[in-house]
Ligand binder design. Structure first.
Ligand SMILES: Nc1ncnc2c1ncn2[C@@H]1O[C@H](COP(=O)(O)OP(=O)(O)O)[C@@H](O)[C@H]1O
Ligand SMILES: [Mg+2]
Length: 414
């Protein structure tokens, strides 16, 4: 590490420590306040309301510490609180029995001491050098019988002031460059250890999410089957029934009116062609053949070209994408572009598809009127369902006046 980086690291650590000191000071009276809330519990019923309230404030406070620690360490600190039920009694019980509350309280005591103790290092690391320079310049202001001391050496002349002052400056530099980062590291790691959800809890959270996405997948699957069934029943089957009836009429007409029979036969033929086209349409919605033929990039290109709003498409190297992810990506882009054409009143749109690590990232932007209201249709809800079914994420931002942005990530590896 060069001196420049060392200085930057030191300053960052010192800033973290100073914040730790300040928050430590703010945390210090909290145990008393909590105790007060507990006492009112004994004295009067008010504590039933006060204690959970106080613990929820602590929860928010611990959340801020989690954010600080995460940003200092460069990775988020996972937390897991149980959901809060409605009703005073249930809420009281939920807050008190949540293991996360115990964690918050433990952190509160630790941070009170560690924040103030280690935080002081940060203050010395930052403030040491300027104070030393001032001391070196102004040592003569101290009364003669009580001389200023630099590094425990009493200063009686300029020579000592410069010598001892330089030595003290070096100590301050070392404090900033080495001691502050170490102290900040200790504090941040301690906070993380105290505030993190345990691996078992993180696993439970993961299971919850997966259970939800699995039931979403089943639901999406069932809805898909119902849609296909309806399409086949209302479209293709109805056309085939009409065709069969027409052929029956042809059979009867054949003997006494061959002319009309011929005309009916031709009608039947075009009916059969229509039914075929309908069937092809249904098949296309099950797994778009264009995906099989041209891959996701080719299919997206076709969708962009077909969109009446000028659309710019950028596709980075995608690598191998599982078929389920490909077809979900295709439906997302198709539905979003349809929305842009139908509702956005946009001048232009952009579609980006790229691979980031193990996820496929799809971004769609239009410069239209914005103000998407999901409850007005079923298309966006459908996107949400499909994406959730693959354990992906979807983010939609659409302020009134635009622009509208849809970001979807789909995991490509399990
Ligand atoms: N890109 C967009 N720009 C502006 N409004 C949009 C856009 N996409 C969707 N909307 C609005 O959000 C509503 C919901 O969209 P959607 O769920 O796809 O339903 P549908 O397209 O069937 O109306 C639409 O009715 C429309 O008013
Ligand atoms: Mg739509």
């Amino acid at each position: 590490m060069g001196p420049r980086e060392r200085l930057i690291t030191g300053l960052r650590a010192a800033r973290y420590l100073v914040v730790a000191l300040l928050t430590g000071v703010v945390t210090a009276p909290m145990p008393m306040l909590l105790l007060g809330a507990c006492m009112t519990l004994a004295a009067a019923g008010a504590g039933f309301v006060l204690l959970p309230r106080a613990l929820l404030v602590l929860r928010r406070w611990a959340g801020l510490a989690r954010r600080r620690t995460g940003s200092y360490l460069g990775e988020p600190v996972p937390s897991r609180y149980r959901e809060l039920p409605a009703g005073v009694g249930a809420r009281f019980r939920a807050v008190l029995t949540d293991p996360a509350t115990r964690r918050d309280v433990g952190w509160m005591f630790a941070h009170m001491f560690a924040g103030i103790g280690l935080g002081a290092v940060g203050v010395f690391a930052i403030g040491g050098a300027p104070v030393t320079v001032l001391q070196m310049a102004l040592w003569w202001l101290a009364p003669a019988d009580q001389p200023l001391t630099l590094l425990a050496v009493p200063v009686t002349g300029w020579g000592i002031a410069l010598g001892a002052g330089t030595a003290q400056l070096l100590v301050c530099a070392a404090l900033l460059a080495w001691v502050a980062p170490a102290a900040a590291g200790v504090h941040a790691r301690m906070s993380r250890a105290l505030l993190s959800a345990s691996p078992a809890e993180q696993l439970a959270e993961r299971v919850d999410v997966l259970t939800e996405s699995r039931s979403g997948a089943l639901e999406a699957h069932a809805a898909e089957l119902r849609r296909i069934e309806r399409d086949l029943h209302d479209g293709t089957q109805a056309q085939l029934v009409a065709l069969a009836m027409r052929l029956g009429v042809v059979e009867r007409a054949m003997t006494h009116d061959p002319e009309a029979a011929m005309r009916l036969l031709r009608e039947a033929q075009s009916g059969a062609e229509e039914a075929m086209a309908e069937l092809r349409g249904v098949v296309r919605t099950i797994y778009p053949p264009i995906l099989a033929d041209r891959g996701l990039d080719g299919a997206a290109e076709a969708l962009a070209a077909r969109c009446p709003v000028p659309t710019r498409l950028t596709v980075d190297r995608l690598g191998r994408v599982p078929a389920a992810v490909e077809s979900t990506a295709y439906f997302v882009i198709a539905e979003a572009l349809t929305n842009i054409a139908k509702h956005a009143v946009a001048e232009q749109a952009e579609v980006g598809i790229r691979r980031e690590g193990t996820v496929l990232l799809i971004e769609l932007t239009d410069d239209g009127i914005g103000g998407v209201d999901e409850s007005r249709g079923s298309g966006i809800a459908g996107i949400r369902r499909r994406v959730a079914a693959l354990d992906g994420t979807m983010r939609l931002t659409s302020p009134a006046g635009g622009p509208t942005t849809l970001e979807v990530t789909l995991p490509c590896e399990s």
